[in-house]
Design a protein around this ligand. Structure first.
Ligand code: ZN
Length: 220
């Protein structure tokens, strides 16, 4: 692997729009979006001993330890589609994970190019998450304030009239996830700042406005 400006880590609080922006970056840079959540859900698929071990833990509802996650990421980075770069989403989540990632990249003869933090104020995140709902029939996503259906109670996409809200989209859960992020993940930021890798962008605007800011930082 060589360093070409496309080895990226995207960081944001839960509900900060990280997944959406990761997909924008993936399409613009033509490098894979590595979401650790998804990697863990698919852990068994590649059939590697480590993947199967992780899958067994997840299936039993157990916590997957750091060294196993690092191992899974290492295996994933060796796949051919990661040759030109990648967008890591959901990892590193802690300072020890950030240090482990550095070692891993060093062993593979490469390094990270950018760590981008999407900053979104807590009250906006809470507002964004709590208002979310989706169409039960087609999955179209809506929001009470930011994206209501054109006609109240009728899905714009399929005309369905049944909607669902995720159970964990409530105030207590969101606040608890934000607190965890601040306690565990925020210490990772100065670590990258010290290495000159960190850029922080304002994530409060529209998807397009935030993408534009990413574009300026990464230069694509
Ligand atoms: Zn629908």
């Amino acid at each position: 692997m060589i360093s070409n400006g496309k080895h990226l880590v995207l960081m944001a609080p839960p509900g900060g729009g990280k997944g959406t922006q990761a997909r924008v970056l993936r399409d613009a840079l033509h490098v894979p979006h590595l979401s650790t959540g998804e990697m863990l859900r698919n852990a068994g698929r590649a059939g590697t001993p480590l993947g199967l071990q992780a899958k067994a833990l997840i299936d039993k509802g157990n916590f997957v330890p750091d060294d196993m996650i690092v191992g899974l990421i290492s295996e994933r980075l060796d796949e051919p589609d990661c040759k030109e770069g990648f967008i890591l989403d959901g990892f590193p989540r802690t300072l020890p994970q950030a240090k482990a990632l550095d070692e891993l990249m060093f062993e593979k003869g490469t390094r990270l190019d950018h760590v981008i933090e999407i900053q979104v104020p807590n009250d906006l995140i809470i507002q964004r998450i709590i208002g979310r709902f989706s169409c039960t029939d087609c999955g179209a996503m809506y929001h009470d304030t930011f994206k209501p259906t054109k006609v109240f109670g009728i899905c714009d996409e399929c005309g369905g009239t049944s909607f669902t809200r995720r159970q964990d989209d409530n105030w207590e859960t969101v606040v608890s996830r934000l607190k965890t992020y601040q306690a565990i993940t925020t210490p990772v930021l100065p670590y990258y700042e010290y290495q000159g890798l960190l850029s922080s962008i304002d994530g409060a605007g529209t998807v397009e406005a935030v993408s534009e800011k990413l574009r300026k930082v990464i230069g694509f």
